[in-house]
Design a binder for this molecule. Structure first.
Ligand SMILES: [Zn+2]
Ligand SMILES: [Zn+2]
Ligand SMILES: [Zn+2]
Ligand SMILES: [Zn+2]
Ligand SMILES: [Zn+2]
Length: 350
């Protein structure tokens, strides 16, 4: 696969990449039951982030060290178990998952887990310091915040599988469970347990269950790489109604969905604020473009049944036809079109 000369750096320098996949976090935040074991998800005390206690326990048992693989606060509930009655109370707080008690521990919240539905609700909480860098921050925070020196956003380009151009990628240093495309607001379609995409604006989300990172790809490609652990994920999108096989036509069709002018904006995106989560307002406000454009779809000839010819001239023929056995369409067939040039496609735009 082709990558540009992106400089290597660790997007989450204070965290280690997990030796085993992290299966206790949901990928689809609308699901009530764990995708892995079928048990009901629990929710964190703050932000109601979903996680599976059963799978968390299995995960902890498989980890032999006390490295920090995710940014988590473990607290004790109001009724400590017999074992912890004298040692733990509601002030007990740890980040060490080895101290997890299946009887009396709760998760206050995950920091590197961004849930669009719940995390945006304005919670007020008091926090003395950032648990990762121990840097003193505002004593009172409004809403969910993470810190720019522990979570580094970056961007790059990857080759499109449809045409000879590089398309941009944003590398987010956290687990993003949003179900909607932040650019066009349509629901995302699930491809796998770690991938989803928007079939309207052609944005693909690929996550890494070892590092809890999220790649957002602006266009269609078949592979992407986790910035942290370098694992490569294959992406398998059905391009029957996306690709004609002709690069010029494909590029033209893609332009009806995404704004290519935004490509440089994405790859030059720099997070200048102290809160990396501002990247979402960049996605929502700066890249919004799709709804103003008329979208076009590629329809393979095999999906069309020609019924009858209604007109014939020097240019070719026009026929009544049926698309996918249900939708009536008109088919214009050109007799003398040697190649689909950009000139022809410009005529289509008009
Ligand atoms: Zn589970
Ligand atoms: Zn306990
Ligand atoms: Zn920090
Ligand atoms: Zn979209
Ligand atoms: Zn990774």
């Amino acid at each position: 696969m082709e990558f540009t000369n992106e400089i290597y750096f660790d997007p989450t320098p204070k965290l280690k990449s997990s030796p085993v996949p992290i299966l206790f976090l949901p990928f689809n935040n609308e699901k009530l039951r764990c995708n892995n074991c079928g048990n009901k998800y629990s929710a964190t005390n703050l932000y109601r982030q979903k996680y599976c206690k059963q799978c968390l326990l299995t995960y902890i048992k498989s980890i032999a060290d006390d490295n920090v693989y995710f940014d988590i606060n473990i607290i004790t509930n109001h009724t400590p178990c017999i074992e912890h009655k004298s040692t733990r109370n509601t002030n007990f707080l740890t980040r060490n998952i080895q101290e997890w008690c299946k009887n009396c521990s709760e998760i206050s919240y995950f920091k590197n887990y961004y849930d669009h539905i719940n995390t945006t609700s304005q919670y007020i909480f008091i926090e003395k310091d950032c648990k990762l860098c121990e840097k003193l921050i505002d004593k009172i925070s409004f809403g969910f915040k993470i810190f720019s020196n522990c979570y580094l956003i970056s961007s790059g380009r990857v080759k499109s599988t449809l045409f000879d151009k590089m398309i941009p990628i944003l590398y987010l240093p956290w687990w993003d469970t949003s179900n909607k495309s932040r650019v066009c607001n349509h629901n995302l379609k699930f491809l796998t347990d770690c991938q989803k995409w928007c079939s309207y604006c052609f944005i693909i989300y690929v996550r890494c269950r070892y590092c809890l990172t999220t790649n957002i790809i602006f266009g269609i490609t078949d592979q992407t790489q986790c910035k942290k652990c370098k694992r490569i994920s294959n992406i398998n999108i059905d391009i029957t109604n996306i690709s004609s096989g002709n690069h010029n036509i494909d590029e033209f069709l893609i332009f009806t969905r995404t704004n290519i002018d935004n490509y440089d904006k994405i790859t030059s995106y720099m997070n200048n604020s102290s809160n990396p989560l501002n990247v979402y307002s960049f996605l929502e406000h700066e890249l919004k473009n799709v709804n103003s454009k008329r979208m076009m779809e590629w329809i393979p000839y095999s999906q069309i049944n020609i019924l009858e010819e209604v007109a014939k001239g020097g240019f070719g023929t026009i026929s009544k036809a049926i698309w996918l056995n249900k939708t009536p369409v008109a088919v214009k067939r050109f007799t003398n079109l040697k190649d689909i040039s950009k000139y022809f496609l410009n005529e289509v735009i008009m």
